[in-house]
Design a protein around this ligand. Sequence first.
Ligand SMILES: [Zn+2]
Length: 592
Amino acid sequence: MLTKYTFVKASADLIQKCYFSIKLRYLYFYLYDSLKYNTMHKIIILSFVLSLSGLVLKVDAQYLAPAQRVFSRQDTLRGSITPERAWWDLTYYHLDIVVRPSDSTISGTNTVTYRVIEANDVMQIDLQEPMNLIKAEQNGKPLDFMREGNVFWIRMEEEQEPEKIYSVLLTYGGKPHVSTKPPWEGGITWGKDKNSLPFIASSCQGDGASLWWPCKDHMYDEPDSMLISVNVPSNLMDVSNGRLRSVVKHKNKTKTYNWFVANPINNYGVNINIADYAHFSEVYDGEKGELDCDYYVLKGNLEKAKVHFKQVPMMLAAFEHWFGPYPFYEDSYKLVEAPYLGMEHQSSVTYGNGYKNGYLGRDVSGSGWGDKFDFIIIHESGHEWFANSITYEDAADMWIHESFINYSEGLFVEYHFGKEAGAEYVLGSRHNIRNDQPITGIYNVNVSGSGDMYYKGGNMLHTLRQIIDDDEKWRSILRGLNQEFYHQVVKGSQIEDYIIEKTGLDLKPFFDQYLRDIRIPVFEYYVKGDELNFRWNNCVQGFNMPLRIYVNGEPVNISPTRGFKTIQLGHSNALITVDPDYYVAALNMTGK
Ligand SMILES: [Zn+2]
């Protein structure tokens, strides 16, 4: 996922989760676009629009303080491991669909195969309105089901015996939600290429895969493998995840593309990309052997892509160095052109950055180093390690994906342009930090935290590296995370605990400060004669982060706490500065 338009996405979410008419939605967007007001103004405008409609505002905004938020039963059903989800363990999906550009519909089946953990007779399947579940069957027998908003409750007929494997065949269809701001608003994009041929893609992080196919729409459970069969008009091609197993031609001028994913895959990673694609490929000689790299681009962009995508092997070299082997050799690596900016779809990263360096041509760090690479190729591909291999269990811990991958941009710069360049990139990005809300979101209701999970999260990791003060150890921790949690769904606390264990440092207050608090710790100090007096302020209880300062330009490592400490400097009136690689503030208490 990307950072820049998270505000727009939140606003769209806020609207989406209130039930009011399309016309009012347009009115809101009109007001939103025409009035560049702050969040509170937007909420007032939205309330006004809603009061006109006579509907009750169900406030679910990301930008209100947690205490002000009201969550519905639908939020809980979407965001928690309900008893109707917990009793079965996903093993396999076969999504078999027809995508019709002529009427913007998707229809077909999903075969859900699972192992019973504990006997139960009601299964929760998610499929969002306006999509509709038509039929549910087990072993050829129809099952009763009931709709509750975006959830279907399916009543099992057969006894569900623990440890046994069963399948449910779900038949569904409809006109899926059209995304007006992909990928920040989930849905399907029905675009056209320059030759007026369909150019179609799905994107659904946050809003959920159940926008367009029926599934267990919670991140905690992934199938071990998946087959994605997509039927499209025969002049088009579908590119999904994994490897293309076969293409079946039909008499009705359509083709079915069968893509097989040999590894666990998260819900939002599953995607369709349908266009009149050109294809080229190369083999990357990587840490785990030969990695097939396939590129699918619009025909008019083929020559441009052949030059610009040379950044892919550069990305692989940097990230295999820092994080370990690319996590999906079996499924290959693909970069697929899409009608929106980009997304980390597993083994088929989508790309729409216009074949330019930077983020839509702009260096988000302002350091100059962001102009040296294509932000989308590097950032979205980095998510293969943190997002697709190591996946958050709850959206509240989305920092596992975005903090590490924001930081990875600096690591890419460091690998190719040197350590100083990497640090300049990370420090340069600080102007994007808001300190508005904690990086950690709200658990069990599918709510991620502040957009600070990107730049502040990246700076938190850069600060952590300073504390560890051993580059090889730091790299071994980054690679170790990718071994320990390879292809796993994890809680944020597992990542914190792993780093605490490997460093042997008391980092609990550090993570509390940067992930669960919005304050920037302040290093307060004053020099009296040849003594330096100092402490941490504006911080959580127990905050005790070691710090590197410079005394007349000479580095000195100190261990401030919340109480004042004193050290002898050996000479009077020394000039004190704080190492800028730490994301902290400094205050000379004498006002000098
Ligand atoms: Zn991202």
